[in-house]
Write a protein that binds this ligand. Structure first.
Ligand code: ADE
Length: 222
């Protein structure tokens, strides 16, 4: 799977994706992340990428012609890529979209910055996604969050001992709780059943706990 990211701040993407589980996925060539610096498509001596809004108002907008040039280049180098605009006005992202995206083999993210972008960019992309009802200063954190959540669903990215099968949001539920040493800490103890060695009982307890925690914390999920 290849991810392309059009951004004014390519280092911020790599600082979030090149380590740990994703870093391993990149090293073993299961995933690839390429950044395209929007500044390289800018105009004139100062490589201008933004301009003031028609009708007045605060801030600068990313220019549609500059974004178009960048998207065209990425599309030319990545046949069939699925281009996603990151914006708080997009469709709300969740685990079900992560699963759908994990079946694609080439995805491109367009990260906005400053006040936003010229509205006409919407005609040039395949989808618009928001990672939540809050406004970020740019799309980079959203791109990294989506790359991370999609990558861990791609076979081979998680190690043998790691699995997303029991993770939160699988089967529409939150995950059961985990414990490790010490067995006692500040009066808090590890549930007896986990020390019992009885795998049937442990499995049953975990199922019940997943249901309980989902009902208590996220009743909207069920
Ligand atoms: N850019 C700014 N805010 C965002 C959000 N909530 N989701 C995706 N991209 C964004």
């Amino acid at each position: 799977m290849k991810f392309n990211v059009i951004t004014l701040f390519p280092e911020t993407i790599h600082s979030l994706t090149d380590y740990s589980i994703l870093g391993r996925g990149i090293k073993s060539k299961i995933i690839e992340i390429e950044t395209y610096n929007l500044r390289d498509f800018g105009l004139g001596k100062y490589k201008q990428v933004d301009d003031t809004p028609y009708g007045g108002g605060a801030g600068m907008l990313l220019k549609v012609d500059i974004l178009d040039k960048a998207i065209e280049k990425v599309r030319a180098q990545n046949k069939g890529t699925f281009v996603i605009l990151l914006t708080p006005k997009g469709q709300k992202y969740g685990q079900s979209q992560a699963k759908k995206l994990s079946r694609k083999d080439n995805i491109t993210f367009v990260c906005g910055h400053y006040e936003g972008f010229d509205e006409r960019i919407r005609e040039l992309v395949d989808a618009e996604i928001s990672i939540g009802d809050y406004v970020l200063s740019g799309g980079e954190i959203a791109a990294a969050a989506i790359i991370d959540s999609v990558s861990r669903l791609i076979p081979g990215v998680l190690g043998k001992e790691e699995s997303h099968k029991d993770e939160s949001f699988e089967d529409g539920m939150l995950e059961y709780p985990h414990y490790t040493n010490p067995r006692e800490y500040k009066g808090m103890s590890v549930p007896e059943v986990l020390l019992s060695g009885n795998h049937g009982e442990i499995e049953k307890w975990r199922k019940e706990q997943a249901q309980k925690v989902t009902k208590d914390k996220r009743p909207d999920l069920k």
